[in-house]
Design a protein around this ligand. Structure first.
Ligand code: AMP
Length: 258
């Protein structure tokens, strides 16, 4: 049985009862349009906790581009069916008026890592991410929260925020799930036309096998990608590219062979 909560206060009552009963909770925040990448987080949470909560909320404050927000896929009925099949106990589907009663007057800002790579190309993006994640972590009251390595910069920033503010929830990073051809699963992949879908796995390959980030960047440009950045940082190679109006991000440990 999967219980769906739209009301934050109803969920918080439920969670209080669980805590009284000594039940541990794993939390998986998502923006919906679920795929196997999200489900891998749900499975890990189910293996490590008594109960699992998944949230589905397309967070407007993290979209710097209004078109990206309107085009973001919304597949709620399908998402709920997938979560039921996984045996997810709880799903939280809050709305903006409940989550942002303050009108986004209060926000979390990190001043270094959030300003480079994704942050440099998407001004304000990580303020929106960190703010909504802090709200959701407070509401969930989970022992553990699961985030994908696919969004490596986000995972680092969320982990850093949890430490900086002494949050009681452990932040757990989970390996990137890929298509057999190497393309990282993403809700945005479904917007790729067939010819771009065919080209897309070259992104992962270039990140993995190029000797330097500059070479990866050049090869991707030659292959017809618009390259936002490819950067090596802390033993990983991270990149963002565009095919048409679809933006893809990915990262690999430096030296990983596809
Ligand atoms: P999103 O719905 O895109 O905000 O993603 C929700 C969570 O799923 C984030 O922690 C993502 O990093 C994670 N995620 C998205 N795609 C993948 C993937 N291909 N493999 C592993 N985790 C992923």
């Amino acid at each position: 049985m999967t219980a769906v909560f739209e009301s934050l206060s109803a969920w918080r009552d439920e969670r209080r009862a669980q805590i009284r009963a000594g039940l541990t909770l794993g939390f998986v925040p998502t923006m919906g349009a679920l795929h196997e990448g999200h489900l891998s987080l749900v499975r890990r949470s189910r293996a490590e906790n008594d109960r699992t909560l998944v949230s589905i909320f397309v967070n407007p404050t993290q979209f710097d581009d209004p078109t990206d927000l309107t085009q973001y896929p919304r597949t709620l009925e399908n998402d709920l069916a997938m979560l039921r099949d996984e045996g997810t106990e709880f799903v939280l589907v809050p709305d903006e008026t409940q989550l942002y009663r303050d009108g986004f007057r209060y926000r979390v800002t990190e001043v270094e890592l959030s300003k480079v790579m994704e942050g440099a190309r998407r001004p304000g993006h990580f303020d929106g991410v960190l703010t909504v994640v802090l709200k959701l972590l407070q509401i969930a009251s989970a022992e553990r929260a699961y985030f994908g390595e696919k969004d490596w910069q986000q995972l680092s920033l969320v982990g850093g925020m949890a430490e900086a503010f002494f949050l009681p929830t452990a932040i757990v990073g989970c390996a990137t799930v890929r298509e057999p051809d190497g393309l990282a699963l993403s809700s945005r992949n479904r917007r790729l036309p067939p010819s771009d879908r065919q080209k897309a796995p070259q992104f992962y390959r270039a990140l993995s096998i190029s000797p330097t980030s500059e070479v990866a960047s050049r090869e991707l440009r030659e292959a017809g990608f618009a390259v936002d950045y490819v950067e090596d940082r802390d033993g990983r190679r991270l990149g963002a590219v565009r095919l048409g109006d679809v933006r893809l991000i990915d990262n690999v440990p430096i030296g990983e062979r596809p």
